[in-house]
Ligand binder design. Structure first.
Ligand SMILES: CC(C)(COP(=O)(O)OP(=O)(O)OC[C@H]1O[C@@H](n2cnc3c(N)ncnc32)[C@H](O)[C@@H]1OP(=O)(O)O)[C@@H](O)C(=O)NCCC(=O)NCCS
Length: 180
């Protein structure tokens, strides 16, 4: 998945070091929006922070530990989606995602997520994909629901965002259930 055309508007491509400035600009411009549900924008204060994130992601890609791709919508960086880890023994992964606010409500993450799930099952030959969303993050939980993932339960106090504990809902898709 170095460069994957999802449809005529959306391309997913592995984040590389020369994307750091675009990534930093997008995160900075959407800091308040993203910080409602994510911790990393608060610690993204200079372009070097985005560079370090990309470097770490490339290292993890090479070591088959997970990776993040940029979501390019009509030629502009719109957000990012990634595999948070690969558990090769259990053949399982988890997908995380975010979009700049102006790119929401266009179906971009739903399409990008479909491509990532296809990749997980068809290319990586994994058996399960999970998506976890804070119980109050309705927009995020809507993505796995829209894609037919099964709600598997809620883990209490599973993350801390800006000093507040949040329960997280777990959604799962098994390879045999996927119609992508
Ligand atoms: C979570 C997040 C990525 C969801 O974004 P989103 O825009 O709601 O999701 P999508 O890109 O899949 O768009 C879906 C919406 O676009 C609409 N849409 C428009 N055109 C569409 C199309 N061609 N195909 C599918 N959906 C389309 C859908 O109807 C849906 O809106 P609705 O729920 O009102 O019906 C976004 O809210 C975000 O980045 N939030 C902050 C970070 C975050 O919470 N990350 C997740 C942490 S777990």
């Amino acid at each position: 998945m170095l460069n994957y055309q999802v449809n005529q508007d959306i391309i997913l491509s592995l984040l590389e070091e020369n994307d750091a400035q675009s990534l930093f600009g997008l995160v900075t411009a959407n800091k308040d929006f993203l910080s409602q549900w994510l911790s990393f924008p608060a610690i993204t204060n200079q372009v070097e922070d985005s560079q370090a994130f990309i470097k770490r992601s490339l290292f993890r890609f090479v070591n088959k530990e997970g990776f993040w791709v940029g979501i390019w919508y009509q030629g502009s960086l719109a957000g990012s989606i990634g595999f948070l880890y690969f558990d090769w023994k259990v053949k399982k992964t988890e997908i995380g995602y975010w979009l700049a606010e102006t790119y929401t409500n266009k179906g971009i993450i739903t399409h990008a997520c479909t491509a990532m799930v296809n990749y997980a099952f068809n290319e990586l030959e994994l058996n399960k994909v999970e998506i976890k969303a804070a119980a109050k993050n309705i927009r995020s939980a809507a993505v796995p629901k829209r894609l037919g993932f099964q709600y598997e339960g809620t883990i209490r106090a599973d993350e801390v965002i800006r000093g507040t504990f949040h329960d997280r809902e777990v959604y799962g898709m098994l390879r045999d259930e996927w119609n992508g």
